[in-house]
Design a binder for this molecule. Structure first.
Ligand code: IFM
Length: 439
């Protein structure tokens, strides 16, 4: 069980769970278009065990059961994402009435159960037709994203608690276009540089489009990872500073200050779109909140033989999850303080945090220590308004497929049976103040 009580977080602090469309929905019917994750996962060796999101948790059909779990667990909110290709199958052009109807049912289902809908527009499932035209390497995708944002804003704005434009722009840009680990699987510095800029431009243009539709409570969700030097050598310290600039400062600086870190601009300037500076105003449009996804740290070791960014990344010897990610809760406190001291005084949400792990007792401890880290930040004056556990269900963990399990509810994919884990009951005990009966 957790060592904390709901009251410790004060009034107005929301607890929720987070999931994303492609990782859970399945439902490749009713006019849903193809996304980059469909073709990427269908390509040999891109995902563990060749897993794909074709069926996943079949949330498209089983959402009432999932919403019941959220309500019964005592959670206030559900952070979900819209699937762009379900709503606009070709990325631009006609919308798909059945796709829009699905989100009507899902959102109304939340409201009927007293669950606040925390929406995200883009959690990585870019329509394939847009990828055919260059995806995030092409500036036109930012205009298509703004049109998609306007459509969602127009139809759903009155029923959504918050709207985030983009989830984890580092993953969209760098993990997917430089490291080649996520769709579309590029390993190219020009592709990555363009994606790093265009994803933030798309965010800013979507904010304008949403505001024009009268949508409220708008933000973005960044993933932050602690960058630490591998040793105390000055070279490793510099490598960690560069790593921090690349992973964290690029996105926070762009969105909150309209500035990119000079150390990264110096390296990739030749690959950035021409006149990128003229976009910084749009990229840094005023927001209503910022979401922080936090999981772990990385150790940076200088390596002159590595081109472009001269470092290698390592794990240390702290406790790890089954993906090898170290548990470093104090870095969450540090990040919350840093974001609120150096970047913005907007309300912050911890929009994702969790552990891929088969030993659920370890997951409970992980959550407990990170919840304490949030309280530490709140005690030091940071305006944190909510916490979302990643994830309600075990789900399609992208390149790691289904073998990685982040859920507080276990999925049996063959039968689609959902079974709450002890961590689900730990949350419900904290949130409801009483033990739930084990189903
Ligand atoms: O599953 C992902 C999610 O889609 C984005 N944030 C990190 C999670 C765990 O890797």
């Amino acid at each position: 069980m957790f060592s904390l009580k709901r009251e410790d977080f004060g009034p107005g602090f929301d607890f929720g769970v987070a999931m994303a469309a492609h990782q859970i929905e399945g439902g490749q019917t009713d006019g849903r278009g193809s996304s980059i994750w469909d073709s990427f996962a269908a390509t040999p060796r891109n995902t563990r065990n060749a897993d794909t999101g074709k069926v996943a948790c079949d949330h498209y059909n089983r959402w009432p059961e999932d919403l019941d779990l959220i309500r019964d667990g005592g959670f206030d909110g559900y952070r979900f994402s819209f699937s762009w290709p379900r709503v606009i199958p070709e990325g631009t052009g006609p919308s798909n009435p059945k796709g829009l109807d699905f989100y009507d049912r899902l959102i109304d289902g939340m409201l009927e159960r007293g669950i606040k809908p925390y929406a995200t527009l883009y959690h990585w499932d870019l329509p394939s037709s847009l990828q055919d035209r260059g995806g995030w390497m092409n500036r036109d995708t930012t205009a298509a994203f703004a049109d998609y944002a306007a459509l969602i804003g127009h139809r759903f704005k009155d029923r959504l608690e918050t709207i985030a434009t983009v989830n984890e722009p580092w993953c969209v840009a760098f993990l997917s276009h430089f490291l080649g680990i996520h769709a579309p699987g590029y390993r190219d510095v020009r592709a990555a540089s363009r994606a790093m800029h265009h994803i933030l431009l798309a965010h800013g243009r979507a904010i304008d489009a949403l505001r024009a539709e009268g949508a409220k409570n708008l933000g973005i969700v960044v993933n932050l990872e602690k960058a630490e030097p591998y040793s105390s050598s000055p070279e490793d310290q510099e490598a960690a500073e560069l790593g921090d600039a690349l992973f964290n400062q690029w996105y926070l600086g762009g969105v909150c200050k309209g500035e990119y870190p000079q150390s990264i601009v110096d390296i990739i300037e030749d690959h950035l779109p021409r006149d990128w500076q003229a976009d910084m105003d749009v990229i840094s449009r005023p927001l209503d909140w910022i979401g922080v996804n936090y999981y772990t740290r990385s150790l940076y070791k200088f390596d002159a033989s590595v081109p472009v960014f001269p470092f290698t990344q390592h794990r240390g010897d702290l406790e790890k999850n089954d993906l090898g990610w170290e548990t470093v809760p104090e870095a969450l406190t540090e990040f919350l303080l840093r974001v609120s001291n150096d970047y913005t005084n907007l309300p912050l949400y911890v929009t994702e945090n969790g552990m891929s792990e088969s030993n659920d007792a370890k997951r409970i401890d992980y959550f407990d220590r990170h919840l304490r880290a949030i309280l530490d930040a709140k005690d030091k004056g940071v305006d944190v308004r909510g916490y979302f556990a990643w994830s309600l269900l075990d789900n399609f963990e992208w390149a790691e497929g289904f073998s990685s399990r982040f859920g507080i509810v276990e999925m049996d994919y063959a039968s689609q049976k959902r079974t709450p884990k002890p961590s689900y009951f730990a949350f419900s005990k904290m949130l409801l103040g009483r033990a739930l009966e084990v189903r």
